[in-house]
Design a protein. Structure first.
Length: 300
């Protein structure tokens, strides 16, 4: 099936621009032409994604959010990257697999979803490793349904509980409403996590939450929602301490610092007290700029 017609009246994301992206740009700052900034083995995901050989990560340009602290702002907001064809993307999938990647990791891919599905169709009989959908969580139900049969592992963010915070920091007042629904559908689609004999995730959902400075109460509200709403043992949680002030963080004094040990440890303790112990945590030393990959068009 050719999905490219979707671009002509685009409603791939919750912004619902309805713009003809074959001749213009959506809120995501993307046309209908795939654009990416890096395709290489990536070692900084969760252990069950990166493993020993790395995840085959393709970082796509553009984004449906406008996070003021985005560490990938050069490609998300400034849309830096190189245009590639569907055929080239399909070859990249196979090249990463040949390099030993544990999986194909589609990072911020929603704005190019029709092209990505077409590319996956071109090589579906040759790909033997899982497909990971690495997302902001800001996804429409229709998008998740389109991905059924293509994606094995979902890696969504769950950034905010408060609509005030999501409006202020990401220009998406409806973020939690949208992301919470999307994550439920992802879990319903994949079922409980499945690992291979090496401990690599083959199927399932990892819900990521980046702890932000001065947002401890919001993080705790999210943890309670996870515990009270999502089915037990059907997903993993990943609590991230790597927040580093980037991009426009300086415009918000409350965000213009790294998180404290107290902030992160109090959220970890809350997760443990709620029984949310299946997943991952980071050392506080993870808050380093080196964790941002070089967007140098490698592999494209």
């Amino acid at each position: 099936m050719n999905y490219s017609k979707i671009y002509e009246n685009c409603s791939l994301c919750p912004r619902n621009c309805h713009i003809d992206r074959t001749s213009s740009f959506g809120f995501c700052q993307s046309s209908s032409q795939i654009k990416a900034a890096r395709a290489a083995l990536h070692h900084w995901e969760e252990p069950c994604i990166s493993g020993t050989r790395g995840s085959g990560a393709i970082f796509f340009s553009g984004c449906t959010l406008r996070c003021c602290f985005c560490q990938n702002y050069r490609i998300s907001s400034a849309a830096y990257g190189k245009e590639i064809s569907e055929q080239k993307l399909a070859r990249i999938f196979l090249e990463l697999q040949n390099q030993g990647a544990h999986n194909i990791n589609l990072v911020t891919a929603t704005q190019y979803l029709p092209s990505i599905l077409n590319a996956l169709d071109l090589v579906k009989n040759q790909l033997k490793i899982p497909i990971v959908y690495n997302s902001s969580g800001y996804e429409k139900p229709e998008t998740i349904r389109l991905l059924k049969g293509y994606v094995d592992v979902y890696l969504p963010d769950l950034k905010y509980f408060s609509s005030e915070l999501s409006r202020k920091y990401s220009k998406a007042e409806d973020y939690f409403e949208i992301a919470s629904c999307a994550i439920k559908l992802m879990i319903e689609q994949t079922g409980a996590p499945v690992f291979d004999s090496d401990g690599m995730l083959q199927k399932g959902v990892i819900v990521r939450h980046l702890v932000l400075p001065n947002c401890r109460k919001d993080s705790i509200s999210l943890l309670h929602w996870l515990k009270e709403t999502l089915p037990s043992k059907q997903y993993l949680i990943s609590l991230l301490s790597q927040y580093t002030p980037f991009y426009n963080s300086h415009k918000y004094p409350e965000l213009n610092r790294r998180i404290t040990t107290y902030e992160y440890e109090s959220i970890l303790k809350e997760a443990i007290s709620l029984g949310l112990v299946e997943g991952f945590m980071q050392e506080k030393s993870s808050a380093k700029e080196e964790y941002t990959p070089p967007f140098n068009l490698e592999g494209l």
